[in-house]
Ligand binder design. Structure first.
Ligand SMILES: [Zn+2]
Length: 80
């Protein structure tokens, strides 16, 4: 499965109710499952403490900015 941020081929990291992958380049942990519409809104509102979409979009933008800043030094993003 390719990382959803940097497209690096990523191995399985964890299997529970779904399969999770961990990117060896940027450390993103992600799943191949995709939520859409109302289910996605409900999921992200729960994950982000019921904040509105603008708040969630800003957090994602902050994260992407951080990742892109450190992309040239992959060791900086090794969280585990
Ligand atoms: Zn990645």
């Amino acid at each position: 499965m390719n990382c959803k941020i940097c497209a690096t081929n990523s191995p399985v990291f964890f299997v529970d109710k779904g399969t999770f992958y961990r990117c060896p380049f940027c450390s993103l942990i992600f799943t191949d499952e995709t939520l859409s519409g109302a289910k996605a809104d409900q999921h992200y509102q729960q994950q982000w403490d019921n904040q509105q979409e603008a708040f969630r979009v800003q957090r994602v933008d902050d994260l992407l900015t951080l990742i892109s800043h450190h992309r040239s030094t992959p060791d900086t993003c090794q969280f585990l």
